[in-house]
Design a protein around this ligand. Structure first.
Ligand code: NDP
Length: 242
């Protein structure tokens, strides 16, 4: 694939935590197609990660985002980053009275502790004007279903994280934003899954979004015209939260 000489991402350094499948893989492919040098981490999906690395020319790094030492080491190894995206996320659903507390703690490790520590570490060596983006969820704003408390809590936490870090890093021109998808067709939430009708009933545009649509929004937030957008939540949910 040829990349336009005018692509703002040509030669830029991008890292995506959790990039082997779904939305993360679409983000990796989008930045790679725009000429960036892209690294991404993955935990379980080695075959998918290796295939993506080969097809996009990106670099796959094996490691669990819940392992803070490994996560921070992989951020440090990336060197000076222009764009850092934390996409990895776990979903645990069920009655909070019976949900396994260890599973809830792991969700918090991956969905909240990981982004906090990784964003701080990325910012240490990020170029001025760099971009930090968390993949949150419309459930950070709105929860019309029972059984998703821990997940919703974790995505709301990203909002406070982005608002705070936007202030902390704003003097360096670094922006910090959250992209909040609604139902999006991936392994986590397949468009033919059991809850589809309930989800679509909540939407103005009654279809699952695509990972590529979410990746387009991420890429816009990382682009030069978005330099004044920070500390903000960007919902792409087919009107689920309207
Ligand atoms: P998938 O489950 O389809 O993919 C998750 C990705 O994250 C995989 O690449 C997986 O890699 C990686 N990942 C998960 N856990 C870890 C970990 N501990 N360490 C490193 N990587 C990890 O999810 P989606 O693509 O659907 O979701 C991506 C993000 O978007 C999540 O944060 C999710 O909460 C959010 N989101 C998704 C929505 C949807 O409807 N799909 C709606 C709203 C938000 P591997 O398999 O290699 O472990």
């Amino acid at each position: 694939m040829t990349v336009s000489d005018e692509s703002p991402f040509r030669g830029k350094s991008v890292m995506v935590v959790g990039g082997s499948r779904g939305i993360g893989a679409a983000i990796v492919a989008s930045f790679a197609a725009a000429g960036a040098t892209v690294r991404f981490t993955y935990a379980g999906s080695r075959d998918a990660a290796e295939a993506l690395a080969t097809s996009t020319g990106s670099i796959a790094i094996h490691g669990d985002a819940a392992d803070r030492d490994h996560l921070l080491a992989s951020v440090r190894e990336a060197g000076v980053l222009d764009v850092f995206v934390y996409n990895a996320g776990l979903l645990e659903s069920g009655d909070p009275l019976t949900l396994d507390p260890d599973a809830v703690d792991r969700l918090i490790d991956v969905n909240v502790r990981g982004p906090y520590h990784a964003f701080v570490e990325a910012a240490r060596r990020m170029a001025d004007g760099g971009r930090i983006i968390a993949i949150g969820s419309v459930h950070g704003d709105r929860m019309p279903f029972s059984g998703f408390t821990a997940y919703g809590m974790s995505k709301s936490a990203l909002q406070g994280l982005a608002r705070g870090l936007a202030r902390d890093f704003g003097p360096r021109g670094i922006t910090v934003n959250v992209v909040q998808p609604g139902p999006t067709d991936t392994d986590m939430n397949p468009a033919d899954g059991p809850l589809v009708q309930r989800m679509h009933d909540e939407m103005a545009i009654r279809r699952h979004g695509t990972a590529e649509e979410v990746a387009s929004l991420v890429r816009y937030l990382a682009s030069p015209p978005a330099r004044g957008i920070t500390g903000a939540m960007h919902t792409i949910d087919g009107g689920f939260g309207a």
